[in-house]
Design a protein around this ligand. Sequence first.
Ligand SMILES: Cc1ncc(C[n+]2csc(CCOP(=O)(O)OP(=O)(O)O)c2C)c(N)n1
Length: 630
Amino acid sequence: MELKLGKLLDQINEPNDIKKIDPNDYKILAKEIRKFLVQKISMTGGHLASNLGAVELTMALHLCLDLPNDHIVWDVGHQSYTHKLLTGRKAGFDTLRQFGGMSGFPKRSESDCDAFDTGHSSTSISLALGMAKARDLQNEKSKVFAVIGDGALSGGMAFEALNNAARLKSNLVIVLNDNQMSISKNVGGMSNYLGNIRTSTNYTELKEDVENRLRSMSHIGNALADHIKGAKDIVKRLFVPGMLFEDMGITYIGPIDGHDVKQMVNAFENASKLQKAVIVHVCTKKGKGYLPAENDPSAFHGVAPFKPSDGSFKNKEKQLTYTSVFSKKLVELADNDEKIVAISAAMPSGTGLSAMAAKHPDRFFDVGIAEEHAVTFAAGMAASGIKPVVAIYSTFFQRAYDQILHDVCIGKIPVVFAVDRAGLVGSDGETHQGIFDISYFNSMPNMTLMAPKNVWELEKMLEFAVDFDGPIAVRYPRGKAYTGLGEFTQDIEYGKSEVISNGGDTALIAVGSMVETAQETGKILNDRGINVTIINARFIKPLDEKMLSEIADTHQFIVTMEEGVLTGGFGQSVSHWYQENTEKMPAIKNIALPDKFIEHGSVGLLKKKYGIDALGIAEKIVDWRNHERA
Ligand SMILES: Cc1ncc(C[n+]2csc(CCOP(=O)(O)OP(=O)(O)O)c2C)c(N)n1
């Protein structure tokens, strides 16, 4: 269906075109943009609510700035759709987040108006500060704006950057887009502080009111009014919003209506004249202009295709996911063990911890977008007798590498890491693929790392993990959970793998999701006259040395299979083990993802492209065996 863009949006085809629009038409343009976003995202899926909330804010930025000479750094970057629209990328929305199509995040390779590639939260102030400093050092003239949400402001890096930005003697504008939401409701002290600012009486109005009243009270009143004016700082301290930032040395402007373009343009222009860092606090409504998203901004944060007329989701067939299995099992374990607590870094719903929050609210902690803190907070609890389960996506655990290593592993502290979205995640692309966790957990002494082959094994692994005396992680992928191979009877035994099937001269040792793939690969090979043994590794670390030794004695070809990068992965550990522990190195092939950042696209397509799908693997094995034999 051809979408009519609207007469104003039709006129915007390249950067700065918005400046040609009559200011009296800004409201109509905002409406056209929202209509466009709802229509397009309803077809492709994507981040909706954050983008609908940031329409006027983005328009105001584009009216004030001269792109690409000036720079906008979008924190996380999921709210940059209007920016893409205003910089000549309308056509890209037909292929949004699809393989080979437009990214859902800012990408310098896509446009010179994208100042930086982002995806992980809370980096914008550091980046923008770096750019402002570079500008000054090279005597250049440009404006640098960071746009950060109140959710992203809960991340430690944002605080570190503010601390540093306070020393800047030239201009940097930080636009704080406050919609009171992270993906779920925003949490924590900073969020409360911003909430108080939003509801506090406007300082200027209040000051004038007090002064006028006093002056109308005879000469004593006049003297008092003068005294109060002199004591402005004290009054200011009591009433001025944003005093926390002001006290740090960062000028605060706001709160401002984030849906009033003219007000924002005014504030941004004033802010960019100051020779220091300035925060402009704008208040927006997440999901603005589309009722289903306004009513449930969490559900419309990141969406699959939906019906624009009522916001109902297409293909709503309920599928069983590892997240839902984890969610249910954890509550069951917590029902029977009061020491179990759950920790989330601003993603209770995505990680399935909402169920724990509902059932055991006193044993659930949402710490904000603060993965580093989440891990060390857990370490503190575990060292004091509590059993914390920290559930975070594989890609975001990257943030907490040092905390896992330094605060958990060195002291052998028993923290359970539930590593969700481990493996390829698809349409969010290179910043979000969960393909590095095997390598980083693998590199840490004292760490135990497991991966279940199916839903029942995940449950068993969780049971094992919460009673384990040391750091332990369970990684499981996004999407439909595997229910093949049935409910097994064999309990999890530390460091022990499981034989799925026995036969032939080729052994496939598969990790987690790759057990299902190994089954399919086995069938394809069987059709080509090659019988295989299939082993479910269960443990990535430590290796099952007994199994490795036996397999090498009984098989001519050994294949390792994992959904993660090769470097530092399971396959390399196995190859290294053979190198160190066998007299004659067996013929071994490691199936894993290459040393590359993997772009956006459907998981199926990406697996095929990078040769980790069943057919691709089978073909590699056939070629390799022929080559080894030749
Ligand atoms: C390090 C990290 N952790 C978690 C996320 C997942 N995430 C994406 S957007 C978001 C919420 C951001 O909230 P806010 O900054 O207020 O922006 P809004 O969507 O409300 O406009 C979260 C938690 C992330 N991108 N990066």
